[in-house]
Ligand binder design. Structure first.
Ligand SMILES: Cc1cc2nc3c(=O)[nH]c(=O)nc-3n(C[C@H](O)[C@H](O)[C@H](O)COP(=O)(O)OP(=O)(O)OC[C@H]3O[C@@H](n4cnc5c(N)ncnc54)[C@H](O)[C@@H]3O)c2cc1C
Length: 383
């Protein structure tokens, strides 16, 4: 289905991004998967190409382009031609806005230029060994220390956990009334910060997911992000965009899986015909074609809503839920129709399959997405 949200400048931009992915990312992807992480250099190259934090203002080196369609194109091209473990969107769209919008003017001026240039790589640490869905139950503690803070606790499953130079940490402010949740920026050279080895995972082999330990880390007052009593509300606001970004990535992966599968079933033969010609397979592919198009239309619509500043959390949750479910169905069918080849690492569909499994769990699990959607349905009102 033709997508109507892109203008000629987006189409030209897509060519530039595709060239970047084919030149700077794809040739290294296999080695990165063996190493369990991408090269730091790729962030710098993306910065030089003007592909990081497009939305950032000129005073910190950005292009000031607050149009999510450009970010959407970067995500789509990275999934189609780059490498899924290169978390360019985590850096640019999920973490950098916390620093740009909530950081003090001095913190912003000190860090944002390096973030836009790709010298400073970012991560966000919410999840703990004790749980990730229930963010109100965070145990990592922040205690006042003069006009700064001391942070202690353990975070797990943190994307960019090894490469990151600056980490937004979610912590409970123990000595403030009600022990509210605050957001703090922990930097690479702070004493007491340590990291585990990259965690071995089912998929996303080139993504350095890791544990992060904070042992009485002194965080200066300037590294507090926003009001320490309002961190939970801030997270809820920012997580809406995170879910739309997750939906963009999931539906892009579904599209790639469909294209790879169509290509395969047109050529692979059994019983004297291409396997795509069996009615059973044609119908299953047709049903997914229809679902992918429908969810893509929804995602594109929400991208325009985000541009207009009217993205609703419940709508973002719906898109994340549907896109990740369709992605799962499509990669499963893709592997099935590839037969034994679909189980081989050499065929990309096998990696799309293992990469996809996390989409229903992270950025808020799909059960939490249902919870968010249900909350907006007025079901708890008693008559
Ligand atoms: C590859 C990868 C990358 C990640 N990157 C990051 C990152 O960069 N930063 C970060 O902070 N975290 C990250 N995470 C963590 C991820 O966000 C969490 O795993 C996720 O939020 C779920 O938390 P949990 O694993 O603690 O599961 P739990 O919260 O223990 O949940 C377990 C199960 O219970 C279900 N459940 C929980 N509550 C309810 C409910 N109310 N109703 C119904 N079912 C419920 C969940 O849906 C899930 O199925 C990453 C995880 C992975 C695997």
């Amino acid at each position: 289905m033709d997508r109507l949200i892109f203008d000629s400048e987006h189409i030209l931009f897509r060519d530039t991004v595709r060239h970047f992915m084919l030149t700077n990312v794809a040739p290294h992807a296999e080695r990165w998967r063996r190493d369990g992480m991408v090269d730091r250099a790729v962030y710098r190259q993306a910065g030089e190409a003007g592909l990081l934090c497009l939305w950032a203002q000129a005073d910190v080196g950005g292009a000031g382009i607050a149009d999510l369609r450009f970010d959407q194109i970067i995500i789509e091209e990275n999934i189609r031609h780059g490498e899924t473990g290169f978390y360019i969107h985590l850096h640019s769209n999920l973490v950098a806005p916390y620093i740009d919008r909530l950081g003090s003017p001095t913190l912003r001026a000190r860090l944002m230029p390096g973030i836009v240039a790709g010298d400073t790589i970012l991560a966000i640490a919410m999840t703990e060994p004790g749980g990730g869905s229930d963010l109100r139950a965070v145990q990592t503690r922040a205690i006042r220390d003069g006009d700064g803070w001391r942070l202690s606790g353990t975070k797990t499953y943190i994307s960019n956990g090894i490469l990151s130079d600056a980490i937004v940490v979610v912590a409970r402010c123990r000595d403030l009334p009600g022990e509210p949740i605050g957001l703090f920026l922990v930097e690479r050279d702070m004493a007491g910060l340590s990291r585990g080895k990259p965690l071995k995972k089912m998929g996303l082999a080139s993504q350095d997911t890791a544990e992060i330990m904070l042992d009485d880390v002194h965080v200066p007052a300037d590294n507090l992000l926003g009001d320490p009593t309002a961190g939970f509300g801030t997270l809820m606001r920012f997580l809406g965009t995170e879910r739309l970004i997750a939906a963009i990535a999931s539906i892009a992966a579904a599209q790639v899986a469909l294209d790879l599968t169509l290509d395969f079933v047109r050529h692979r033969r059994a019983f004297g015909q291409a396997i795509g010609q069996f009615q059973h397979n044609r119908f299953r592919l047709a049903a997914l074609r229809a679902q992918i198009d429908a969810v893509q239309a929804m995602v594109d619509q929400l991208v325009l809503r985000a541009n207009a500043g009217s993205l609703e959390g419940g709508d973002a949750a719906s898109a994340k839920l549907l896109a990740s479910e369709v992605e799962s169905q499509m990669v499963d069918l893709g592997v099935q129709l590839h037969g034994g080849a679909g189980y081989m690492d050499e065929y990309r569909i096998s990696r799309l399959y293992t990469d996809a499994r996390i989409s229903r769990i992270f950025a808020g699990s799909n059960e939490i997405m249902l919870e968010i959607i249900a909350r907006g349905m007025d079901l708890d009102t008693r008559s």
